[in-house]
Structures are given as structure tokens and as C-alpha cells.
Write a protein that binds this ligand. Structure first.
Ligand code: PLP
Length: 382
């Protein structure tokens, strides 16, 4: 039994390498989103983290799950989700067939007229929301609206696409307006929500859609370096938002999943090269790709370990700016470009907290066939 995550980190056999999941952290974030947006439906974008325990917590704590593939939707169904939004560009016949099997549970966010044809061919009878790139671009790490992107249809094409859906016998209930990931600007996000609703009302009236659903997407910011969107300000700005008769949905991934995952590694080698202190760890960006993908230094805490089972001296460096590199044969395998530590020794453990969103999920762990990290779930006190 370990009292803290640090105790757990110190207790794992060497060389330690693990993802540590804390589903309760997602529950807490889900409560905060629900409190900030009390009239909205909250769907968890499971692309951020599909760890089964985290997904189970999301099924329990959110109103439903947003999925981007048949594989994700199948996992969400297995986890007991009774409400699923199926998004993602270029849906295949297999994805449309899965949706057709569960018309009462799955709402499809359709990205094109081609997808509408595939849905009709699959005899899908459930609700459809048209994904629209209505602009404007929102501040954030991944902008999906404004300029041309593969996501959704152009705003000008809404009337024609709605007409195609009608001809195909599909039930269009509204619009999907996902615009951005990692938006840290609460005022801009609030404007997106309010502006999206206004736009949807006008677009529905102009295209004969009986508007019952507007999904403004994900994007609630939780930057891996620590900053988060100000939910209190967002709540204040949207307190008087009127969406009577229209279900307003949000589908955050990052904000909910980020605190639920910690990546743990062990220093397996330590050297100084041209004055730069370098720790090489068991693991790296093939398990936690985000720092390499974004080019930032993920913060870590160092857990000193006392044991040294070998007869030769234990390598140690004091008062250094430590660069943390992984075990891959590429200079891009860097988790942190430099952080001051009072001391570091081979065998010490490093904890990269706040790594749960798009960490393990986007990683290429097959590369070089190193052992996979342990997957450890912590439920409540541990
Ligand atoms: C359609 C869709 N919805 C939701 C999300 C979740 O975004 P975030 O994790 O920033 O909340 C994404 C992420 O790219 C997405 O593409």
C-alpha cells in the first residue's frame, strides 16, 4: 500500500516505466465543467485518453462520449455509454453501419455530403448534425475552422447539404461546430458558444432545419505546461445564454483527461556532454509523444531513490539543468529540454504529471520494440 503517487513511483521495480491513471481526477474536472455550464450536455472526447478506467469514469461522470471512429464507439458502447456522438472526417461504411445498429444511442456528426450518402446506404435512422466550418478561427493550439480544413462543410453549403440530407431521408437535428483545441481564452470561447448558437439559429432558418441540437465542440484549454481556461469567467460570460428548446453540447477532451494521467520513468544513464547534463530514461516520447509533437518541455518532479545494487559508483550530478531524453535513437526524443534539479542520480524516478490528454494516446510505442510501460490505475486513496 502506498500513501502517495511518489511512494508508488519509488516502489516500482527497476527500471521503472509506467503510465499512472487517476480516474477521480477526470470526475473532478467533469464536475467543474458541469458547474460552469449547468444547462449544457457534456460529452467526453475520448480521443484525449481512452484508458479503460478513465473512459469508465467519463461514462459515469459525463452525459455521453464523443468518438472519432468505429473503434472508439465500440469501446464506448462496451463501457456502457448510452449517448455517443460519432465525429471524425471521412467516415467509412463500417462506421456508418455501426451507427445504424445503434440509432437510439449514436448521433452522427456528418462531415460531408458523401458521408450523408453512406449513412443513407447504411439505413441509419438516428439523428444527424452537420459539421460546419463557420469560422472565425479561435485562439488555441489546433485551429480547425476559419481557413479551409478537412473538417466539416463550408457555411455557404449548409442549405444544399441540408436539402441532400432531406432527400436521403436523414433526420438533421442541428450542427456541430468544433473549432479548436486547447483554447485558454475564456472570453473568446464564450463568444464562440454564443456566436455559434446565433449562427445555428440563422442557418437552420435559412435551410429548413428544425433546430434541436448545437454542439460547439471541445477545446476547453488545459495546457500541458500548466495553464487552464478560466471556467469561472466562462460561466459568468455565459450565465444568461438562452438556448431554450435547443440542446447545447460541449465535448471537451483535454480539459477532462489532462490531470488523470502521469508518466513515470527512471533515469537509466546520466552524462555531461559539452557542459549539458543529460539524463536518459527508460521510456521516452514513444510513450509520451506530446512534448516532441509540440516542442515544449514537460515539467517533472524527481523522486530520489536510495538503492544502488551494483559494486561500481552510482552516477550522480548536483545542481544542474537536466535535459531529459528518452531511449530512442533520435535526437527528437526529448521530454524536457532543461530543468534545474538539486541532484539527480541513476535510478531516480521522474514523474511527468498532467500528461493524461493526448499523451499515451498519440504515441508510437511500437518504435524500436522496447518494453511497453506498465499501466497502473489508482482508484481513490492508494
Ligand atoms: C471533433 C472534436 N471534438 C472534440 C475534440 C476535443 O478537443 P479538446 O481535447 O481540445 O477538448 C477534438 C479534438 O481535436 C475534436 O476533433
Amino acid at each position: 500500500m502506498n500513501d502517495t503517487i511518489e511512494d508508488l513511483a519509488a516502489s516500482l521495480p527497476s527500471p521503472a516505466c509506467a503510465w499512472i491513471w487517476e480516474p477521480d481526477a477526470l470526475r473532478e474536472r467533469a464536475r467543474a465543467v458541469a458547474a460552469a455550464l449547468p444547462t449544457a450536455t457534456v460529452l467526453y472526447a475520448m480521443k484525449a485518453c481512452a484508458n479503460p478506467a478513465v473512459l469508465a469514469a467519463a461514462v459515469d461522470a459525463c452525459d455521453g462520449i464523443e468518438c472519432a471512429s468505429a473503434g472508439e464507439a465500440a469501446a464506448a458502447i462496451d463501457a456502457g455509454a448510452d449517448r455517443i456522438a460519432l465525429s471524425g472526417p471521412a467516415k467509412t461504411a463500417a462506421e456508418c453501419n455501426l451507427a445504424a445498429e445503434f440509432p437510439d444511442r449514436i448521433l452522427v456528426h456528418a462531415e460531408s455530403a458523401t458521408e450523408l450518402h453512406r449513412l443513407a446506404e447504411a439505413a441509419y435512422t438516428g439523428p444527424v448534425a452537420l459539421r460546419v466550418n463557420r469560422g472565425p478561427a479561435l485562439p488555441g493550439s489546433h485551429r480547425m475552422t476559419g481557413p479551409a480544413t478537412p473538417f466539416g462543410i463550408a457555411a455557404d453549403d449548409v442549405p444544399e447539404t441540408a436539402e441532400t440530407a432531406r432527400r436521403l431521408g436523414l433526420n438533421v437535428v442541428g450542427f456541430h461546430l468544433h473549432a479548436v483545441s486547447n483554447c485558454l481564452d475564456a472570453a473568446a470561447y464564450a463568444a464562440h458558444v454564443a456566436g455559434g448558437l446565433d449562427w445555428a439559429r440563422e442557418a437552420a432558418a435559412a435551410s429548413g432545419v428544425d433546430l434541436r441540437y448545437v454542439n460547439v465542440g471541445g477545446g476547453l484549454g488545459a495546457d500541458p505546461r500548466g495553464q487552464v481556461i478560466d471556467l469561472d469567467l466562462l460561466a459568468d460570460l455565459l450565465a444568461r445564454l438562452d438556448h431554450d428548446g435547443i440542446e447545447l453540447a460541449v465535448e471537451p477532451g483535454r480539459y477532462l483527461a489532462a490531470p488523470a494521467g502521469t508518466y513515470l520513468t527512471e533515469i537509466t544513464d546520466l552524462k555531461t556532454v559539452d557542459g549539458q547534463a543529460i539524463a536518459v530514461v527508460r521510456g521516452g516520447t514513444h510513450h509520451f509523444r506530446l512534448p516532441a509533437a509540440w516542442g515544449y518541455a514537460h515539467p517533472f518532479t524527481l523522486i530520489a531513490t536510495d538503492t544502488w545494487p551494483h559494486p561500481w559508483p552510482r552516477p550522480r550530478l548536483d545542481e544542474v539543468d537536466l535535459r531529459v531524453c528518452g531511449e530512442l535513437c533520435t535526437p527528437r526524443d526529448v521530454l524536457n529540454t532543461g530543468r534545474h534539479v538539486a541532484s539527480a542520480a541513476v535510478g531516480d524516478r521522474l514523474l511527468f504529471a498532467g500528461a493524461g490528454a493526448y499523451g499515451w494516446e498519440i504515441s508510437h510505442d511500437r518504435f524500436l520494440a522496447h518494453p511497453r510501460p506498465l499501466q497502473i490505475t489508482l482508484d481513490g486513496p492508494y
